[in-house]
Design a protein around this ligand. Structure first.
Ligand SMILES: CC(=O)N[C@@H](Cc1ccc2ccccc2c1)C(=O)O
Ligand SMILES: [Mg+2]
Length: 372
């Protein structure tokens, strides 16, 4: 395929309720979509991608404006020069640009979808997915009070989510977790995500979480602290899970060899794309390390693609692929529906969902056209 043009659509979608983590409090989802058009043997084909970078560089070093800039200035010109572009070689072509995995992933996603449309193939079949639906977990933000935490989680349990993940930070950790276990018992999947808010000095405090039968503790320490997570894992019963630290298959290999991750949260954007994400899935399966699919409050486009990746056999734990209505009143694609604790894996050609032009228009804040 030959890349002919790219349009980056920046969107801002109001969240149904504010979403607070240890590092920020969001009231809307800001991201950009990649609309890329290719010349192919079957004529012109358009593929779509989504960047998971946040509006500010607080989860990782990327942010919406950095992704738009690096795509315009550096990444798109490289891909425009490639004849015979394929999904499997996008990251190789972009290898000289250091970093920016989320920007690279958004571009690769658009190439993947165009190639799937060229080959009349669903993303699930391209990846080798083995199930028709995946268990759907929900990520719960930090609430104003312990009572609110119990109330909000009660609501999601009512809705039937397969697993509850609660954001924690120093001062808002043991009490809410204890109250939730007291209110709803031990029989539901419950885990916490600290988004790197603690240090190894907090080990004895974090060990108190071992009393609550959690599935895992996600990224308690800093992104660079892989070895330290290994030290912490020796001091805790609760299985250690990494998110921010795993930015490539190499990082996953390092984490596994240092005993820093019994479980890994896989996010294609964080690791530079779906092709690299599948490599991490395969590596973890070979090492007996469980993986689950993380979430970045994606629109239905990213959510649909994530569900296809999560249909691979190594995804043995419920992920953060919740229904669209967990975050949005209106999505920019068909709604991703959670029912009976699961979401369906799309079976249509490409990612199996389409961008609704009226919704794109409604939530778009800017568009950047990029030509060779
Ligand atoms: C679902 C979940 O917890 N995701 C990330 C953090 C996160 C949280 C909030 C976000 C808001 C807007 C965009 C991206 C975001 C990512 C995580 O697993 O660490
Ligand atoms: Mg996380």
């Amino acid at each position: 395929m030959k890349l002919k043009s790219i349009t980056l659509h920046q969107v801002s979608i109001p969240l149904v309720t504010p979403f607070e983590t240890s590092f920020m409090r969001e009231t809307e989802k800001d991201c950009y979509l990649v609309e890329a058009t290719f010349d192919t043997p079957k004529g012109e084909i358009t593929g779509w991608g989504e960047s998971v970078a946040m509006i500010s560089p607080l989860y990782s070093s990327e942010y919406v404006a950095s992704g738009i800039d690096v795509t315009k200035r550096w990444l798109a010109p490289i891909l425009f020069d490639v004849d015979g572009l394929t999904a499997e070689t996008v990251s190789w072509h972009l290898r000289h640009v250091i970093g920016h995995p989320m920007a690279k992933s958004a571009l690769e996603m658009a190439v993947i979808e165009a190639q799937l449309k060229l080959n009349d193939q669903s993303f699930k079949s391209y990846l080798g997915g083995v199930v028709d639906s995946v268990p759907s977990g929900v990520s719960v933000g930090i609430q104003d009070s312990v009572e609110d935490t119990v109330k909000v989680i009660g609501g999601y349990l009512e809705e039937g989510y397969a697993r509850i993940k609660l954001k924690i930070k120093p001062g808002k950790d043991i009490a809410p977790v204890a109250a939730v276990r007291k209110a709803f018992g031990d029989d539901f999947g419950f885990q916490v995500d600290a988004n790197a808010a603690y240090t190894l000095v907090d080990a004895s405090h974090l060990r108190r979480l071992d009393d609550y039968g959690l599935l895992l503790i996600e990224q308690p320490l800093g992104e660079a602290d892989i070895r330290q997570h290994g030290e912490l894992a020796k001091l805790m019963e609760t299985p250690m899970c990494l998110d921010e630290s795993i930015d490539s298959a190499e990082a996953a290999a390092d984490a596994i060899s240092m005993g820093a991750a019994a479980v890994i949260n896989i996010k294609p954007g964080r690791v530079g794309g779906f092709i690299e994400a599948k490599k991490i899935h395969d590596l973890c399966a070979a090492h007996g390390v469980a993986v689950w699919h993380g979430g970045m409050v994606e629109t239905g486009l990213g959510r649909a693609a994530n569900a296809a990746l999560a249909s691979l056999p190594g995804f043995t734990l419920p992920g953060d692929i919740s229904g669209s209505n967990r975050f949005f009143h209106e999505d920019i694609t068909e709604e991703i529906v959670m029912y009976d604790g699961k979401v369906d894996v799309p079976t249509g050609v490409g990612f199996g969902v389409s961008i609704n032009p009226a919704r794109l228009e409604k939530f778009r804040t800017d568009s950047v056209g990029i030509l060779p």
